[in-house]
Design a protein around this ligand. Structure first.
Ligand code: SF4
Ligand SMILES: [Zn+2]
Length: 124
C-alpha cells in the first residue's frame, strides 16, 4: 500500500503519521547517540544480549530488529515489537522491552516497578 494513502489528509495527525514521526525522531536520536551527542543507557550491552535470545527478534539484511522491519508493518501493537534496530533501542536510556520475562505484553500503564525482560534482568 502506498505510504501516501496511509497518511491522513485531515488536519489531525493519523496514527500512522504519529508513528512515522516517532520513528523519525528515534532514528535521529540513534544518529546523535552514534556521534556522542546523546548518552546511551549504561546497561545497553546487557539489554542487547537479551534481544539476541528473544523470539521476537528478526534479522533483516544482517541487522537485528525488535519485531518485523518498521516499514513492513506500520500498524502494530507494542507486543509486536517496534521494528527498530535492537542496538539503537537498547541504547535509548528511557526505553523498555515490550515483553515481560514470561513473554507477555507489558501491562499498561507502564508499571512503576517494571517487569520487562530488560528490567527483570537488572533486578537479578
Ligand atoms: S526489545 Fe525486548 S522484545 Fe524487542 S527484541 Fe529486544 S528483548 Fe525482544
Ligand atoms: Zn523495563
Amino acid at each position: 500500500m502506498p505510504l501516501r494513502s496511509l497518511v491522513s489528509r485531515s488536519c489531525c495527525p493519523s496514527p500512522v503519521w504519529k508513528s512515522l514521526s516517532k520513528a523519525a525522531a528515534r532514528a535521529a536520536g540513534a544518529r546523535m547517540r552514534a556521534v556522542g551527542v546523546l548518552r546511551s543507557a549504561d546497561n545497553w550491552r546487557t539489554r542487547l544480549a537479551i534481544c539476541r535470545t528473544c523470539l521476537l527478534r528478526t534479522v533483516s539484511n544482517g541487522v537485528s530488529l525488535c519485531g518485523p522491519p518498521y516499514l513492513r508493518q506500520l500498524h502494530r501493537t507494542p507486543a509486536d515489537g517496534c521494528g527498530c534496530r535492537c542496538e539503537d533501542k537498547a541504547k535509548r536510556p528511557a526505553e523498555h522491552c515490550p515483553l515481560t520475562i514470561q513473554g507477555r505484553p507489558l501491562p499498561t500503564p507502564h508499571p512503576a516497578a517494571c517487569t520487562c525482560q530488560w528490567c527483570a534482568a537488572n533486578a537479578d
